[in-house]
Design a protein around this ligand. Sequence first.
Ligand SMILES: [Zn+2]
Length: 73
Amino acid sequence: MKKYFNDPRPITIRYTGKCAECGTTLKKGSAAYYWPSDGKLYCLSCGESEYRQFLSAASDEEVYQGIGNPLAC
Ligand SMILES: [Zn+2]
């Protein structure tokens, strides 16, 4: 799969924050998902479904490589 700079990814929290979906507190040192494109953190339960959707969408995008994506900036 092609890697994008803005790929969401699982991370270990460095600074205490909140899940952008459910608002639960994410403590330093705990696992979470991070979306660099919008700077949001998600807890594992919220982030996992979003992350899977991303993976599925990203693999769909590969189909369009070579003909260009008119929606890409
Ligand atoms: Zn959450």
